[in-house]
Design a protein around this ligand. Structure first.
Ligand SMILES: [Zn+2]
Length: 456
């Protein structure tokens, strides 16, 4: 059995293990006894079976069998300061949940020392869950965002973060309302100047107006212009909860619908990630597809809060780029394996409880299989971020963002009595990993071949 001591901390190295990954051109790579060579620049230099490799290469490899090497998971929607709240607030209405739990926690990050203390542990927790890339919201405070970026820089995770912008509904009454707009734009631009593209693009900035309820039309438009000018990402929430949708209609009477609020702001497009997108009209869905605007699907959050179930197969059939988000702490767990599991159950429920909807779907739209969920959690997220040429799969030339998973931890009777033959098929292996995911099954994570602290 491999041990933590044998894991290579930095490139170059060659791993020997079972290798499972979606492929950019479709299909799945599944090498029962494979080698992944990582060069000294942290890129994947070669992927092969042991039989096809030279004896020298095989001899130099770190033998991690029977563990599995997979691409690192890509979480396209989370909230850093909310991680300590994970698991709290089940079934509270969205706007109550914000007032009672979320805003007080975010307000506590006005103290940058707190952010400095918590952020390193938060990134370790993501890595321990198998997440090697995260797109996340922070708080409204610039100093806490600098502390968060510094922590990500030191930890090694791939992170795109943004200072939350709110000028209509705020959680810090000490900030003079008339100064908020200029101040939040300036602070966002300053943060992006310091961090966007840092460490060769490992860190990025996302201009982050929280959602339409907490932002004026002016802030939304200015934030979108800022993201365009700086070449940053832009992120917000859309169509999560029915109460929220009604409030947006009241606040923006000139808009046709929720998506139109962001459309009028000039915010839609391939660099804008919208979280949830549950209750979209056909027009809204078509408009997101037309503008190439990606969506973060967050099923654990949607069921925890009770916001609804996004019709995933419909969104995919419409051509939307969909990634998966933990949405901690709207969602109770950081693990995207848990998000895949909950998402799969939710889609089954949607099909069985609404057969008329299933009947309306094109025949070609089957429920997603376990390997399809893995694709969403890796390449799907990378595509939603426009990073699918860089990360998301184990293919030559990509950066070596990898995780190592121990399937023995998921065995129903323990690893000694597990029948390895049962998992010869990659779809069954991934089914086991999703539906029996354990907190401790991720044994290592690397970004660009550099090992991340967190997994044990
Ligand atoms: Zn969220």
């Amino acid at each position: 059995m491999p041990s933590a001591a044998s894991l290579p901390p930095a490139p170059p190295f060659t791993l020997r293990a079972r290798v499972v990954s979606p492929l950019g051109e479709g299909g799945v790579l599944d090498l029962a006894d494979g080698l992944v060579e990582v060069d000294d620049g942290g890129r994947i230099a070669a992927v092969s079976t042991v039989d096809d490799a030279s004896p020298e290469t095989v001899g130099s490899a770190v033998d991690l069998r029977p563990w599995v090497v997979m691409p690192g998971l890509v979480d396209v929607h989370a909230h850093l300061p909310q991680v300590p709240n994970a698991g709290l607030g089940y079934a509270l209405p969205l706007l109550d949940w914000l007032d009672r739990l979320t805003f007080p926690t975010e307000r506590s990050w006005a103290d940058p020392d707190l952010a400095e203390r918590l952020a390193p542990a938060i990134f370790r927790a993501f890595a321990a869950s198998g997440t090697t890339t995260v797109l996340a919201y922070g708080v409204v405070y610039e100093a806490a965002m600098d502390a968060s970026f510094s922590a990500a820089e030191a930890h090694g995770i791939r992170a795109i973060l943004g200072k939350v912008m709110m000028d209509r509904l705020t959680y810090d009454e000490t900030i003079e309302p008339s100064t908020i707009l200029d101040r939040t734009l300036r602070e966002s631009a300053d943060l992006a100047g310091r961090w966007h593209g840092a460490d060769g693009g490992r860190l990025g900035y996302a201009v982050t107006p929280r959602f339409a309820v907490s932002c004026t039309a002016e802030l939304l438009a200015e934030s979108a212009a800022l993201a365009r000018d700086l070449g940053c990402w832009w992120q917000s929430h859309v169509s999560e909860d029915r109460g929220e949708i009604a409030e947006v209609a009241r606040l923006f009477p000139e808009a046709r619908d929720y998506v139109d609020v962001y459309d009028r702001a000039g915010a839609l497009g391939p660099r804008s990630v919208l979280a949830h997108a549950i209750h979209l009209s056909a027009r809204e869905e078509a408009r997101l597809a037309e503008t190439g605007t990606p969506v973060a699907h967050c099923p654990t959050s949607n069921l925890f809060i009770g916001a609804g179930v996004m019709p995933l197969t419909e969104r995919l059939a419409a051509g939307l780029a969909v990634g998966l988000g933990s949405d901690v702490s709207g969602g109770p767990e950081l693990s995207l394996f848990g998000v895949m599991r909950t998402g799969a159950y939710a889609q089954q429920a949607l099909r069985s409880l609404a057969p008329e909807r299933a009947a309306m779907e094109p025949d070609a739209v089957e429920p997603l299989a376990p390997l399809d969920w893995l694709r969403l959690a890796t390449l799907g997220g990378a595509r939603a971020l426009g990073l699918d040429r860089v990360i998301g799969s184990i293919e030559v030339g990509k950066e070596a963002d990898l995780i190592l998973v121990d399937p023995g931890r998921t065995a129903p009777l323990g690893p000694e009595l597990d029948d390895a033959d049962l998992l010869v098929d990659a779809s069954l292996l991934v089914s086991r990993l999703i539906f029996r995911a354990q907190f401790d099954m991720v044994r290592a994570a690397w970004v660009r071949g550099r090992q991340l602290e967190g997994p044990s």
